[in-house]
Ligand binder design. Structure first.
Ligand code: DX5
Ligand code: ZN
Length: 229
């Protein structure tokens, strides 16, 4: 049976002066999910966007808005994102005092919940929460910036998480974030990922071209994924 692959452009690399149009264009070009990077200049050394921007984008698209929280603490901002129309919310376990509580808070607000692992964050955080997860997000760069290079050691971690998900028998998405491009997405998929965040690869490819300008890069990513199935 062939796996379902989903492409999730990170709007971190979009043109923020016309964010609504960028979201519309990228979804019209065949992307599946909007990846929404939230940075607080505390947990990570960068500052981005919050619930107000999510709320403004909600009427622009029916696509899943996948909120990646790179903030500490996490709990107080979760209900705000749920109210703003987020569909999925993920956070870094070491940024939460009570992981189980944060996961429950996300699901109780009506969103899908997930944990995010930095390249060097150990996977033992998964040990007691697999039944509370809809998604596991593996960082393949250190969080904070778009346009970084994929860290190849992450591939073994993807394989390990794929094993754990399969052993659990649960329908948990495995998303990979950071440095995913046309030339490595197939390798990432073979290692076991099924959701692919791509920020600079998508948005830099479309810059300065005409309408539906993301069609060719998203098709190129899909063509690579088709080789895996
Ligand atoms: C990094 C963010 C990523 C980033 C990906 O902290 O979580 O989502 O925007 O950008 P690229 O695809 O350019 O590595
Ligand atoms: Zn992200």
């Amino acid at each position: 049976m062939s796996r379902t692959f989903r492409i999730a452009p990170s709007i971190l690399s979009a043109n923020f002066a016309k964010l609504g149009q960028e979201v519309t264009d990228v979804i019209a070009s065949g992307a599946d999910i909007i990846h929404f990077d939230v940075m607080d200049n505390h947990y990570v050394p960068n500052l981005t966007i919050g619930p107000l921007v999510c709320e403004s984008l909600r009427p622009v698209t029916d696509a899943i808005i996948d909120v990646h929280l790179m903030v500490k603490p996490v709990d107080r901002i979760i209900p705000d994102f749920a109210k703003a129309g987020a569909n999925m919310i993920t956070f870094h376990p070491e940024a939460s005092e009570h992981i189980d509580r944060s996961l429950a808070l996300i699901r109780d607000s009506g969103c899908k919940a997930g944990l995010v692992f930095n390249p060097a964050t150990p996977l033992h955080y998964l040990d007691h929460v697999m039944d509370k997860l809809d998604m596991i997000l593996l960082m393949s760069v250190n969080p904070g910036f778009g346009g970084q290079k994929f860290i190849p050691e992450t591939l073994n971690k993807i394989r390990e998480v794929r094993r754990r998900i399969d052993a659990s028998g649960r329908d948990i998405w495995l998303e990979v974030d950071g440095g995913v491009k046309v030339d490595n997405i197939a390798e990432v998929a073979r290692a076991g990922a099924d959701v692919f965040v791509a920020g600079s690869a998508v948005f830099s490819a479309g810059r300065d071209t005409d309408a539906h300008r993301y069609d060719s890069v998203i098709q190129a990513l899909r063509d690579e994924l088709a080789k895996v199935n």
